[in-house]
Design a protein around this ligand. Structure first.
Ligand code: 5GP
Ligand code: MG
Ligand code: MG
Length: 189
């Protein structure tokens, strides 16, 4: 199988097609993003909002590269269920613990695919009158027809393929992989 995948013993049937972004590359980029973001919020105390569940690994690594005062909150939304195609429907399953009015908000997302989830979240958060609202997203797919949505920091632009690992799942699995891999659904051949 794929190098780095066989050792995990998680994909005996070749569900992971190839490693797209290896662990060292991820870590280097997250450290870079941390430096840029820390500079942007110097002297401020932003609240970072992680979008559960996919962003939890990225968020955990990112905050350790942010030597500034900050708060952490999470929001859980559902758009996909177990399917790998977008429904366009976004539901808030867990809202923020605290108000963000007057705060400098940084939304931390795992991936922009159609852009619908991020667009919806930005609308919801903007209506709560934060002082500023910015976005860092680890992965952005190059997808024809995706809604164009603002991302202030992007980790990697990737091809339009379904990926797993580093927080991202396929039906709940593979979130714990320390790298990003392309997932091949058996049904897709
Ligand atoms: P969008 O609303 O931009 O189409 O999709 C956003 C959400 O769909 C992401 O936050 C993520 O949860 C899920 N998603 C989109 N593309 C992928 C992918 O390639 N792999 C995984 N595991 N989830 C994805
Ligand atoms: Mg997400
Ligand atoms: Mg998912």
């Amino acid at each position: 199988g794929v190098r780095g995948v066989s050792e995990t013993a998680q994909a005996p049937s070749g569900e992971l097609e190839r490693v797209l972004i290896d662990e060292a590359t991820l870590q280097r980029r997250v450290a870079e993003l941390g430096e840029e973001i820390a500079r942007a919020y110097q002297g401020k105390r932003p609240v970072l909002i992680g979008v559960l569940t996919g962003a939890f690994v990225f968020m955990a690594d990112l905050v350790r590269h942010l030597p500034i005062d900050l708060d952490i909150d999470f929001m859980a939304v559902s758009s996909y269920g177990q399917a790998t195609v977008t429904s366009g429907v976004v539901r808030i399953i867990k809202d923020l613990d605290r108000p963000i009015e007057g705060r400098d908000v940084l939304l931390v997302e795992d991936i922009i695919d159609s852009g619908l989830t991020l667009q919806y979240l930005l609308d919801v958060l903007q209506r709560r009158n934060p002082r500023s609202l910015r976005v860092v997203v680890l992965l952005r797919k190059q997808k024809p027809g995706a809604v164009s949505v603002r991302a202030d920091w992007v980790g990697f632009d990737i091809p339009d393929e379904f990926v797993v690992g580093y927080g991202l799942d396929a039906a709940g699995r593979f979130r714990n992989l320390p790298f990003i891999a392309v997932y091949r659904n058996a049904a897709q051949g």
